[in-house]
Ligand binder design. Structure first.
Ligand code: NAD
Ligand code: DAU
Length: 370
């Protein structure tokens, strides 16, 4: 474990944070939101996997408040060097393998990044934080961004997940995120590392890679391709506009209680099939297709193995303690999102590379129609 002396002249921690995974969907939105809201610098450590995309940060090109570093959270020497050089007052940890279907096809990278990577990051953070002088040590935070999927699945009518719900993960992705939650908790309990964890529901909005439900339906709909609905399409998710997730993270970072977890959700439970039909209606309105309504493209395909039936987040703790509520309704958020994909055809085109097409073949090529 490396130690760090105070910076030149024993100066206090800079007004800088280290963001991991800031070239991904939520991370990129967070960096835009963070710089606009605080004016502080964000050092962005991202390995640029298939899901990382610097085009999502193009608007910050040349802005000294965004410092991009390509690298792996599992590279402890690199993380130690970045912490020593930049002396951040917080780490906001987004970097992960995040797609459930990919975790079913290849769970190894999920364990590697989400579990081992988080372990290495925690150790680097501990080495940096432990010898900090009193006020800096008190101010430092490690914010771990996690998911509602760690809680497992709910039956219809069951109360939404609270922070007291047991971890009962069902997919390799969810299990790897649950493991990372446990590591973060233990680093606080054992070593006193000042951590806070957020467990959030399904996000949607600009810059989401079109392997996830909402952007996939938009880009397929625009291309006149089938809209693949797993099984009966009655699985329920609780949707949150991504910028609302970003504002929740800012609140938790500034005022969340150390060692606590906070659920973040949109109070927006909807079955998948309803989401798909809403997108079809918006496309019909905003980009009508002479061949007919986009709903004609809806195609039920074989279900995801182990598919969780329902997630729902009880976000009352966050409201009670920090006064946070989502600003966006689903109706306003989904309209903004569809418009964003219509207005950003270049971004969409550039992510649809050979590896994206290979993924579509792997995930959808052998799915029988349901
Ligand atoms: P994403 O897949 O869009 O982005 C992940 C980013 O992490 C990419 O930029 C990728 O290059 C980077 N990355 C992957 N492995 C890395 C490594 N080893 N080192 C450094 N960088 C690495 O994911 P997202 O949807 O933006 O999710 C971000 C976080 O939020 C994840 O931890 C996810 O579990 C969590 N989360 C996501 C949602 C959601 O609906 N998308 C909901 C709740 C929680
Ligand atoms: O709940 C939070 C989680 O939400 C995050 O932790 C994950 O990182 C994020 O990927 C998301 O997981 P889901 O599995 O819920 O998201 P996805 O967009 O993959 O799927 C949403 C629902 O839509 C799910 O019930 C599966 C279904 N689906 C998905 C795809 C890609 C389809 O019916 N067809 C599809 O083609």
């Amino acid at each position: 474990m490396a130690g760090y002396a105070p910076g030149p002249g024993g100066r206090n921690l800079d007004v800088t944070i280290l963001v991991t995974g800031g070239a991904g969907f939520i991370g990129a939105n967070f960096i835009h939101d963070w710089i606009a809201a605080t004016g502080e610098t964000a050092v962005n450590l991202d390995a640029l996997t298939y899901a990382g995309n610097l085009e999502s940060l193009e608007a910050l090109a040349g802005d000294p408040r965004h410092v991009f570093v390509r690298g792996d959270i599992g590279d402890r020497a690199l993380v130690e060097r970045l912490l020593g050089e930049h002396r951040p007052r917080a780490i906001v940890h987004f970097a992960a393998e995040s797609h459930v279907d990919r975790s079913i096809h290849g769970p190894g990278t999920f364990v590697q990044t989400n579990v081992n990577g988080t372990f290495e990051l925690l150790e680097a953070a501990r080495g940096y934080w432990s010898p900090l002088p009193g006020p800096d040590r008190a101010r430092f935070r490690f914010l771990h961004v996690s998911t509602d999927e760690v809680y497992g699945t709910l039956r219809p009518g069951e109360p939404a997940f609270t922070e007291e719900h047991r971890h009962l993960p069902n997919s390799p992705y969810a299990a790897s995120k649950a493991a990372s939650d446990h590591l973060v908790r233990a680093w606080h309990h054992t070593y006193g590392l000042p951590v806070v964890t957020t467990n959030c529901s399904n996000n949607y909005g600009p810059y989401q890679f079109p392997e996830k439900l909402i952007p996939l339906m938009i880009v397929n709909g625009l291309a006149g391709k089938p809209l693949p609905v797993y099984g009966d399409g009655m699985q329920v998710r609780d949707w949150l506009y991504v910028r609302d997730h970003c504002s929740a993270i800012r609140e938790v970072l500034e005022r969340g209680r150390i060692g606590e977890t906070y659920n973040v959700g949109g109070w927006n439970e909807k079955p998948n099939i309803e989401i798909v039909h809403t997108i079809c209606s918006l496309l019909d309105e905003l980009r009508p297709d002479p061949a007919g309504s986009h709903a004609r493209l809806v195609t039920h395909v074989a279900d995801r193995p182990g598919h969780d039936r329902r997630y729902a987040i009880d976000a009352r703790k966050l409201e009670r303690e920090l006064g946070w509520r989502p600003a966006e309704t689903f109706e306003s958020g989904i309209r903004k999102t569809v418009r964003w994909y219509l207005d950003n055809a270049d971004w969409v085109r550039n992510v649809q590379t050979g590896s994206y097409r290979a993924w579509l073949d792997q995930n959808y090529g052998h799915r029988e129609h349901a």
